[in-house]
Design a protein. Structure first.
Ligand SMILES: Nc1ncnc2c1ncn2[C@@H]1O[C@H](COP(=O)(O)OP(=O)(O)O)[C@@H](O)[C@H]1O
Ligand SMILES: [Mg+2]
Length: 271
């Protein structure tokens, strides 16, 4: 099963390579394998802090299972990503300005029939068209759970892949599967731990994943970059429920500082 995923990934990578566009825009894809680890919450919050640091940010909600970015940003978008894919709207029509300066949302759609997109590389086209607008410094792509072909296409077109995980064994198993897949085609993976109080714990677990990769002889040039941790707080889920962003409401909280630290590491390392 893994080989067939890998073959598919190789084909995709070759195709996407030919379609690269010249642009200043950097892409960061946020993934996890396991669902419910906090990807969308994390993505929305880092989008805000990045925008406050002066970056123009576009967020793509690429979760076709549960597209909830519009809820986190408290928006009712007129059009989604898929209206562009299906040719009903132009790329600029699917850009929804959020109430936060310098954050644009490309909304998703829950329950989209992925089979319609299979092998078509339309996702690559949307991202490249967005890059070509040259309006954004950063495009953050929030993917759904799992490592299906749809998620893989986003991983392969992205120079920067960030795995958000918890210390839960099943989440770590999924991250390792992700490492295995990416190590064939990519140079590295950023890892950030959510629901993790202690920076050191995240670091120790990230190191043990690296050691496991060595032991199993994954590609030696593949690097895992630990970029930090985010604690659990009921204020995070409460602010989300109220359709607000935690880091916007709790500017000086210790967890907001953790988010800042993650962003410092990310900005020092992305390409
Ligand atoms: N650090 C955290 N502390 C407390 N609750 C969190 C934290 N991160 C995420 N959550 C909550 O966990 C739930 C799942 O988060 P979500 O971002 O939707 O996950 P995913 O996108 O990975 O499926 C949401 O209710 C969210 O508010
Ligand atoms: Mg999500």
């Amino acid at each position: 099963m893994f080989n067939s995923i890998s073959n598919q990934a190789s084909k995709l990578l070759n195709l996407t390579r030919n379609k690269e566009v010249n642009s200043k825009t950097k892409i960061i894809t946020i993934t996890s394998g396991k669902g419910g680890v906090g990807k969308s919450t994390f993505t929305a919050n880092i989008a805000y802090l990045l925008s406050k640091r002066g970056f123009k940010v576009a967020v793509i909600d690429a979760d076709i299972g549960l597209a909830n970015m519009q809820v986190l940003f408290d928006l009712k978008p007129r059009y989604t990503f898929f209206d562009y894919i299906e040719g009903r709207n132009t790329i600029t029509e699917i850009l929804t300005q959020t109430s936060y300066e310098n954050i644009t949302l490309i909304a998703g759609k829950s329950g989209y029939q992925y089979a319609n997109l299979k092998n078509s590389l339309v996702l690559t086209r949307v991202v490249n068209d967005l890059k070509s607008l040259n309006k954004y410094d950063l495009i953050l792509i929030d993917t759904g759970a799992g490592l299906n072909e749809y998620v893989q296409e986003f991983l392969l077109i992205s120079d920067n892949v960030l795995a958000l995980t918890t210390t839960d064994p099943s989440a770590l198993t999924d991250v390792y599967a992700l490492m295995k897949m990416l190590s064939v085609h990519k140079e590295r993976l950023f890892i950030c731990f959510n629901h993790t109080k202690n920076y050191k714990i995240g670091e120790t677990i990230a190191n043990s994943l690296v050691n496991l990769a060595k032991k199993n002889r994954l590609n030696q040039n593949f690097m895992v970059e630990y970029i930090g941790n985010v604690s659990t707080s009921s204020n995070i889920s409460t602010t989300s429920r109220l359709r607000k962003l935690f880091v916007h409401e709790f500017i000086n909280d210790e967890i907001t500082k953790q988010f800042h630290k993650v962003i410092d590491s990310l900005l020092n390392n992305i390409k």
